[in-house]
Every structure is written in C-alpha cells, then in structure tokens.
Design a protein around this ligand. Sequence first.
Ligand code: G4P
Length: 533
Amino acid sequence: MGLHEEIARRRTFAIISHPDAGKTTLTEKFLLFGGAIQTAGAVKSNKIKKSATSDFMDIERQRGISVATSVMSFEYQDHIINLLDTPGHKDFAEDTYRTLTAVDSVILVVDCVKGVEEQTEKLMKVCRMRNTPVIVFINKMDRDGKDPFDLLDEIEEKLSIKVHPLSWPIGMGSLFKGVYNIHKKYLNLFRASTQRVEEEVLSIKDLTDAELDKQIGEYDANNLRENVELIEGVYHDLEKSKYLSGEIAPVFFGSAINNFGIKELLESFLEISPIPKGRPTDKGFIEPDAKDFSGFIFKIHANLDPKHRDRIAFLRVCSGKFERNKFFYQVRTDKNARFSSPFSFLASSKNIIDEAYPGDVVGLYDTGNFKIGDTITEGKKYNFQGIPSFSPELFRELINTDPMKTKQLEKGIEQLTDEGVAQLFTHQLGNKKVVGVVGDLQFEVIQYRLLHEYKASAQFQPVPFHKACWITSDNKEKMNEFCRVKYQYIYTDKDKNTVFLAESAWILKVAKENFPEIIFHTTSEFKTQNNDA
Ligand code: G4P
C-alpha cells in the first residue's frame, strides 16, 4: 500500500466531554465494535475517581493504566482508527489540551440531562483555536433529559458552533423509541442492551410511509414528521466543508450504555471525518503526503517503576513514513537518533512496529531526551507549532524542605515539567520558583513524585497569583520599564520567555491600560495564535 492509501485509511481523533457524560462508555463501545476488547468494563478501570479525594493509589493506578490506554488503535472496515484518550479528571485538563493538538477531529459527548457543562466549554475553546472538526453525540437518551431543540440551541449558544442534526430522537427516557437518520433516511429502533448487537434499522425513505406509524405509533410518527420538516427547513444538506473547517458540528443522538446509535456514529464518523492533516511549522506548512518523515512529541509519560527513570514519549506522525532503526533528527537538540523499539497501541497492547504513517501515534522509550513539543524530522530544521502551554489556573511557590537534596529537587521539577505535569515559572532573580497547574490534584502528584522518584522533599506555599501572561512588545524601552516596575511579578518559563504573573483580573486590566504597548498572551505560543488575554 502506498503512502496515500495509508493516509486515506487512517482517522485520528479524541472523545471529549464533561466528566460523567459518557466518554468512557462510548470509548468502550467503539473498542468493542473494533474488536479491540472483548468485554465491557476493560476501559472503565482506567478511570480515576472523580471526587477531590482521589488518593495516591488512584494516581499511581491511573498513570500505570493510562500508558496502555492513552492511545487505542483498532481496525474497522479497513480503516485504522487511532483514538486518543483524554483524562476525565479536570485537574489534568492541560494534558487534554495538548492531546487535542495531536488529533484531526473530535467527538464531543453531551449528556442530554445536563446539557453543556463547564468542562465542555473549556475543551471546545481549545478545539476552536485550531478549527478542529467536531461531531456531537448527545448521550443518555434513555433518560428524561432536555428537549432536543433546546439542547441544540444551548450547544450553539454556549459553544459558539453551528449544529446540524443528522439524526433525530423519537421520544426520550422511558418513552425513547429510537432515532430517525435524516441524512440516510432510516429508522433505528431502540432496544436496551449492553452487549454488542447489530442495530435494527429500517429504511424509510418517505416519512409519509404508513410503516412509520406501524413501527412507532401514530403519535410519535406525526411528531417525527413535524420535527424533521422543521429541521430540513432550517438546516438543508450538511456542508461537509464547513464541518471540516470546524464551523458546523453534525449531531447524533443515542445511548452509549445501551450500545444504541454507536454504530451509526462510528460509520458516519468514518464517512465524513478528516484523514490525517498536515501541520503548520515555523518554516511553512507540512503536508501529510510529503515524502520525508516528520512528527512531534505531544505527551510524555513517566514509567511506573520509580527505580528506572525512563519515560514514554508519544510521537504523532505528521508526514512521510516513520521507520524503526532509521536515523531521525531531533530539531531542538540538533542530534540524530534512531529508535530500536518504537511501539504502537494496536489492540491496547504494546507492539513493536517497523513503520508508521501520518495520523499514527508511536510510543518511544525516552531517557530524558524529549520535551513536549519537540519536532523530529528526516534532517530538516523546522518546528511544529500549535503545542502551546496554557495559562495555569492555580499557582504555588515551591519550597525546598531538604537543602541536602537541592540538586534532586531541581532535576525532579525540571523533568516533571518537561512531562507537562505542571508549568514552572522562575523569578527573574532566580531564587523563587512558582509552579502553575490546572487542578489542585497536580500539586499532590508533584509532591509525591518528587519524593518517591527523586528523593526530594518539597512543600507548596500559596501565592496570590491569578493568571500567567506571556508578554511581548515591539517597544523594547516600554518592555524594560514594565519589567522594572513589575519586577516582583516578572518570571521566565522553561524556555526563558518572559511571563507576567498577575495577582488579579483587575491588576491585569490596569497593567494593560497603563502599558498599551505590551501584549499579554494567555498561551505560550503567541507567535502564531491570536490568543491575547
Ligand atoms: P465519563 O467517562 O464521561 O466520565 O462517563 P462514563 O462513561 O463513566 O459514564 C458516566 C456514567 O453515566 C456511568 O454511570 C455510565 O454507566 C452512565 N452512562 C453512560 N452512558 C449512558 C447512557 O446512555 N444512559 C445512561 N442512563 N447512563 C449512561 P456510573 O453510575 O457513574 O458508573 P457505572 O456504575 O455504570 O460504572
């Protein structure tokens, strides 16, 4: 098979949702369809407890299992599907944001009872930054939820994306009878089942067909006719190009736990979702069918065994062909390296692979050479973009409680931040280190791992910061003045970019007013993105 064919049969995506909407259940059903797992429950054990009381055992278990389940690849109808897992726990949201840089599209799960929730809004913001195509799956139709039209309005309003229902539910909760696929004109009748079953579909090309009344009763049949007429009047045909550019989200309804609407979703997904796309670099756009191999590291995962500090780096292949034992070029370090045991995540087990193609994710054993965002090529010098750090939401000062272990602490915190567990900001005078995270739990993880993996003992002290803003300016004088006036709040990130740690939204606002020449960015990648704070 040639490079083009290999690319065309791949799909790389993530399922995102607010915790509890049904992401794990849907993932599991997809894997059942793909034959990657045989029994329900296999993915479930991956879940970290959602309560704030998650203990270290949970964290450890999560870390162990999530290496295997971070990427789940399976084959379905001649396609190779790479499903990238995103942690459900909100404290690991930054990990999710970064994983989204490695996918070509997403499926967003919305709970029909709860509608659009906070975490969904945040995740969708990240998708919109990159115009990632989105398919919406409205889940739990076996429960009494919100009116479907209201749900669509809510999605459009809260997520700033246009929707386009491709199927429509008939009733809900105990009266849920199934969905009508408006696009393909068939009726999919609901039958509660947690086992893999063929969906019972019935072609109904014309909704005036009396068969419809026979199947779902006159009342529901008439309701459906009215609703579909309304929908067709408003939405017309799906403009695929607008889905691919992230402007319109096709919507499906179903019930993941009952295995209902999953096959329809998966097959429609394969039909319309994008094949692996190219990526922008600082030297221009790289197309997936470019002859030379290229890829980037989007995730680094520590191994479970604390005695061995080796890690696993996740490489997303962007162009050309990745080959085992071939020398590739790591741009940041300016070094060539070859990988003797790269592995794939097919059927949720680790298999050594000889080659990989655009869209694939390759696991590489790492002894500390990689950083998140690293570009690997066949020798050319360019860097992929779009793997920014986002402003953390919580900040604490790192206090060394064992001066004898200063070196260990420095090494530990550097490696953990390389992994993306947290962000490290160092005061310009170099003596104060502030760690920024998205969720509280990460502070516990860091403290625990510093002690167990690096034998360094540290504590976190509260600091009153509200937001980290990467600052730039064309006016060098003003920049110097700002850094002088605000010197207490000026830090550098790991890449020595200047960062302003604002104590409150109000202070940030005043700073912006007083220094209009300075641009305040909420992500580290300010060169390519319009993400001013
Ligand atoms: P998440 O990964 O997005 O956090 O959600 P998850 O799949 O774990 O689902 C959250 C809860 O919702 C689970 O119940 C799951 O069984 C349930 N669920 C998923 N899909 C459906 C559906 O279509 N209908 C209904 N009624 N429930 C659904 P739980 O009680 O938290 O877990 P469990 O005891 O079932 O494992």
